[in-house]
Design a protein around this ligand. Structure first.
Ligand code: ASP
Ligand code: MG
Length: 415
């Protein structure tokens, strides 16, 4: 195996950070299977850091448990509670590895040196201090680390947001100059959700940017933040299944060159809703008034469209997350009175379908081809937005699967 130089200067074997998600460690049998897989890698001559998530639905169950005690659980206590899920996993994983004769140690996020800011429930990693991990690896041990958790400068346990174990793994890979493998229950990143498009094809490679777009547009394979972190620190990430040995998808820079395609994938998001503020006066400050009120309430908006209208009057439409619709409408109604808007419409029977690819902006005919695929199925487009790397359309929710299949075919993503 290739030798690398650690930050301490001594030669050592290549470090591999492997992350196993909740479904991969859901039962004792699966934990044992993962342990065997870890040992296989170790036998290839690598140093191993294994990040694990909470088993199965443990995190959801812990949240549910808190909800049965109080409607407003203190966030610090929530973090303490939720972090226990991963601690169960590391202890069991360490036992399974020991059972296979391995020298192993489990570490909590704090012990592994994952330092975060103070924001409970969605803390950001601000530093990784991996001295303890170096020590244990140097002593020849496999190091098992609890994902999803860190410690802030008060010494309190924090968590990194749902799906945060991915970010733990990527951050450790960056700090240790290691390879990063994310093991999950799917085979990799596909051109579309294989449950919707049977011809969907697994991508051999994808760039961080394309992956970020796909993830933010609805493809739920990795936590968005982990991909951002990977991009920022140049971490190459191999996403693959823990249930087989098939090669997965490699996320790395400049990879779209390798598969010179304009469009890499089709994503969809059904958890959206549309709001239209009708007939607002066409004058400076109106949009600011509306969107600063929404921002003040931490509501994310997307696909803002202002119609060019007649007689000094505009319509403004935008998209919010469906579970924030009620809160958004309340704010809009309040602001409508202030800015003299005539009416507010909303529609939660909508979905967003998007194409993603590094070449979308630089190639003619891409938008036309996407709209053609929708037209062919008689699907009406309610809103459109474009950027360098994507085109998104809002359509009726019940047509979304048909839309994804038609677009997938139009761009010949199946071959
Ligand atoms: N257990 C946490 C969650 O379910 C973190 C993770 O799975 O990555 O969100
Ligand atoms: Mg999970």
């Amino acid at each position: 195996m290739g030798l690398t130089e650690s930050s301490h200067g001594e030669k050592r074997s290549m470090i591999v950070v492997q992350k196993y998600g909740g479904s991969s460690v859901a039962t004792p049998e699966r934990i044992k299977a993962v342990a065997r897989r870890v040992v296989e890698k170790k036998r290839e001559g690598h140093d191993l850091v294994v990040v694990v998530s909470a088993r199965g639905d443990t995190t959801d169950e812990l949240i549910d448990l808190a909800q049965q005690i109080t409607q407003y659980p203190p966030e610090r206590e929530m973090d303490l509670l939720m972090s226990t899920g991963e601690q169960i996993s590391i202890a069991l994983m360490a036992m399974a590895l020991r059972e296979l004769g391995q020298d192993v140690i489990s570490l909590t996020g704090a012990q592994a040196g994952i330092i975060t800011d103070e924001v409970h429930r969605k803390a950001r990693i601000i530093d990784v201090q991996p001295q303890r991990i170096w020590q244990e690896l140097t002593a020849g041990k496999i190091v098992v680390v609890a994902g999803f958790q860190g410690i802030n400068d008060k010494g309190d346990i924090t968590t990194l947001g749902r799906g945060g174990s991915d970010t733990t793994a990527v951050a450790l890979a960056a700090a240790l100059s290691a390879e990063c493998e994310i093991y999950t229950d799917v085979d990799g990143i596909y051109t579309a959700d294989p449950r919707v498009v049977t011809e969907a094809r697994k991508l051999a490679e994808i760039s961080h940017d394309e992956m970020l777009e796909l993830a933010s547009l609805g493809a739920q394979v990795m936590q968005l933040r982990s991909v951002e972190y990977g991009k920022l620190h140049g971490v190459q990430i191999h996403v693959r299944s823990s249930f087989n040995h098939n090669p997965g998808t490699i996320i790395r820079e400049g990879s779209s060159m390798a598969e010179a395609r304009i469009v890499r994938g089709v994503a969809f998001d059904r958890k959206v809703a549309k709001i239209s503020v009708a007939e607002v006066p066409d004058r400076p400050g109106i949009a600011h008034c509306l969107f600063s009120a929404l921002a003040g309430n931490k509501i994310n908006v997307d696909m803002i469209i202002q119609g060019v209208n007649r007689d000094g009057i505009n319509d403004i439409s935008f998209i919010v997350a469906r579970d924030e619709l009620e809160g958004s409408l309340e704010i809009c109604r309040r602001v409508a009175a202030e800015i003299g808007a005539r009416e507010i419409y909303h529609d939660s029977n909508v979905a967003k379908v998007s194409i993603v690819g590094a070449g979308v902006a630089n190639n003619y005919g891409v938008a036309a081809r996407m709209f053609g695929a929708l037209a062919q199925e008689a699907i009406n487009i309610q809103m459109i937005s474009t950027s360098e790397t994507k085109i998104s359309c809002i359509i009726e929710d019940r047509q979304v699967e048909k839309a994804v299949r038609s677009i997938h075919q139009a761009f010949e993503l199946d071959n």
